[in-house]
Design a protein around this ligand. Structure first.
Ligand SMILES: [Fe+2]
Ligand SMILES: [Fe+2]
Length: 270
């Protein structure tokens, strides 16, 4: 490789791959924000010339455990219970950074420019969510990595790595949509326990996640049409095949409908 200044800009795929492989959480957060900024400023060539890694970089801590080995939730009111809650949220947001980067880097070459813009903006949001939660954990004397974390969150990505429609169906439209269902309760609970700052963070996350689900639903719809498939039928087929958990109520119908997810999709799966 030469170092002369006439080098073309780095490709987007190489920048995404390097960011995915970054193991250190704060470095990954900064690299994600820098990447998205560079992309928006035209500093990265829209070229998809390298493959995405099967597994992103992960720090040595937290220890990743199979879901069945995760310690039981402690009482929500206790300080340890509070830390456990925010630690699990930090882990979800940390993996969400990689999920969004992988969506853009793995499937960007076969999708529209808008798809790439949308999922890179999701990656920037997830990096912000992680940073907000990390800072909140620090006010409790804790940090990301202090507790074990759920080791199965990347499974959905591996399971859907060959098909953009399956990825969209499962990640934004099932997993992130699930966040819309549970976050209002968590927000209200932390507020009742006197954590006003935590409630503000969760509201911010909820507002952003509605947009993430909407990006998923919009691009899924377009992809279904390209395949001349009825979106709701294709979605049910892909979710049954690739998602091994349950799609279960209670649903936050108003947030889901704000995200463009109609009951026609998820009600029939219950
Ligand atoms: Fe998030
Ligand atoms: Fe999200």
């Amino acid at each position: 490789m030469t170092c002369d200044t006439s080098n073309p800009p780095r490709t987007l795929a190489r920048a995404i791959r390097a960011t995915l492989l970054e193991p250190h959480p704060r470095t990954k957060v900064m690299a994600t924000r820098k990447l998205v900024r560079e992309w928006r400023q035209g500093g990265l060539a829209p070229v998809f010339d390298v493959a995405m890694p099967d597994t992103p970089g992960r720090p040595a801590q937290p220890e990743l455990l199979p879901p069945r080995d995760m310690p039981k939730r402690r009482k929500a009111g206790s300080e340890r219970g509070r830390i456990a809650l925010w630690h699990s949220l930090a882990h979800i947001e940390f993996v969400a950074i990689d999920l969004a980067l992988d969506m853009a880097g793995r499937f960007g070459g076969e999708m529209t420019r808008e798809f790439v813009d949308d999922f890179l903006s999701v990656a920037a949001d997830e990096a912000l969510h992680f940073a907000l939660i990390e800072r909140h954990l620090a006010t409790m004397g804790s940090h990301y990595g202090a507790l074990p974390a759920h080791g199965g969150l990347w499974d959905a990505a591996s399971e859907t790595r060959h098909d953009v429609a399956a990825r969209l169906a499962v990640v934004p439209m099932v997993l992130e949509a699930r966040g819309l269902d549970v976050t209002p309760d968590t927000r209200d609970r932390v507020k009742t326990l006197g954590d006003a700052r935590g409630a503000i963070i969760l509201q911010r996350i909820l507002d952003d996640e509605i947009r993430h689900v909407r990006y998923g639903a919009t691009h899924f719809d377009a992809e279904a049409k390209r395949r001349q498939a009825a979106p709701a039928i294709l979605w049910k087929t892909l979710v049954s095949r690739h998602f091994h958990g349950a799609v279960k109520p209670p649903f936050n119908d108003s947030a889901r409908s704000a995200a463009g997810l109609s009951r026609e999709f998820y009600a029939a799966l219950v």
